[in-house]
Design a protein around this ligand. Structure first.
Ligand code: ATP
Length: 360
């Protein structure tokens, strides 16, 4: 039987558990033996690899986070760490690996695959592995699912955890607005997203925010005055509160950060009773929404299908994502590279090109 393993790496996101469950159970249905690698790449480097059974993934479909642990692993960034990872995979006879994480984790997986033969040869040369391993394990099949609350990756319309994070933000905003209305206050709400404004944008859309600041679309110079005037027009027309959403990576046209405290100060200076809420880790947690359970389950199932269809040994690693409600597979490294070039374009303030690339 095929032997396959799953690990979660980088920041956790709600929906990782349903993905692990779907992957493990579909693999078992197909007759494969399934393993969990604990605490991200640490488990690979230190041989913390445990078999999964049908019951081990029971009752987790509604649980946030990841039951197999996630981490950042400095050792895996070094060739020597990856050599240990290869040794531990071969020791456990695993040559199909599902990685659920962000672009960093997927880059690491791709690197492991590209070094696979060389590292096996090194292990054979230093007497750690038998020579027959070279023929027995010609390649490592890699599939990647994107676990990220930020929805910041190309190759999928939605990353696992983004919908749940949005739901948490909406719950918080709905609560805040009921008190804001009573006191005629203005609220500045800071949301996560790093250099991707998706969370701010869609939660602003779904709550009717007055202003939204995102990294990809910095406001024109003089935005402070425009914002104040816009909020005033709202008040004149009978609105009893104002809501401004700031993405944590928001910047102005010169590339300077637009912080939630600066926005609040601007509102205070114009006579608003303004408060800040920084949502923080509340956004990462809690029970996964329907959409996250749905996409995670579909993607987890497809990862198994992918491993069963990868018998041509040179098949490139795949990123399994969603195109609308359809599951898709794309070349993993193309997705990582496009995603990383978006970050570079934002740093270089080439905002028009960012919008074009995000679309793709
Ligand atoms: P998040 O979006 O939550 O930050 P991520 O997957 O991008 O997730 P990283 O911290 O970039 O998070 O990467 C997680 C782990 O993946 C790292 O600690 C490291 O073990 C591995 N990794 C990342 N980049 C590389 C790389 N270039 N080479 C080898 N391993 C890497």
């Amino acid at each position: 039987p095929k032997r396959m393993a799953v690990l979660t790496s980088g920041g956790d996101s709600s929906g990782m558990n349903p993905a692990i469950r779907a992957f493990a159970r579909m693999a078992m249905i197909k007759g494969a033996q399934v393993f969990a690698i604990r605490e991200g790449y640490n488990g690979l480097v230190n041989d913390s690899i445990v078999p999964l059974h049908w019951g081990s993934v029971g009752g987790i479909i509604s649980r946030g986070g990841t039951i197999i642990g996630t981490a950042r692993c400095a050792d895996f960034r070094k060739r020597d760490g990856r050599k240990r990872a290869v040794y531990n995979l071969i020791k456990n006879k695993i040559d199909n690996l599902l990685v659920i994480g962000g672009d960093g984790s997927l880059t690491g997986a791709n690197l492991l695959r590209s070094e696979w033969c060389g590292l096996i040869k090194d292990l054979v040369d230093d007497g750690t592995l038998d020579k027959e391993c070279i023929e027995k394990y010609p390649t490592l099949s890699i599939a990647g699912l994107v676990g990220s609350i930020d929805n910041d990756m190309c190759g999928t319309d939605l990353t696992i955890g983004a919908d749940t994070a949005t739901q948490r933000i909406l719950e918080a905003i709905d609560s805040i607005l009921s008190t804001a209305v009573s006191h005629q206050r203005s609220f500045v709400l800071e949301v996560m997203g790093r250099n991707c404004g998706w969370l701010a944008l869609v939660s602003g859309l779904a709550t009717g925010a007055d202003y939204i600041f995102v990294p990809e679309c910095p406001p024109e110079d003089g935005w402070e005055q425009n914002m104040i005037e816009g909020l005033e027009r709202g008040r004149v027309s009978g609105r009893r509160c104002s809501l401004v959403i700031v993405s944590e990576g928001a910047i102005d046209k010169k590339g300077n950060p637009i912080t939630s405290s600066y926005v609040r100060q601007t509102l205070e200076n114009a006579g608003h009773d303004a408060r800040i809420t920084i949502l923080g880790h509340v956004q990462r947690g809690g029970t996964p929404t329907f959409l996250d359970r749905y996409i995670a389950t579909r993607m987890g199932v497809d990862a198994v299908e992918y491993f069963y269809s990868t018998d041509e040994k040179d098949k490139e690693p795949a990123l399994i994502g969603m195109d609308g409600m359809k599951v898709t597979r794309s070349p993993l490294m193309d997705c990582v590279k496009t995603t990383q070039s978006i970050s570079t374009l934002i740093q270089e303030k080439k905002f028009n090109q960012v919008v074009d690339l995000r679309g793709s």
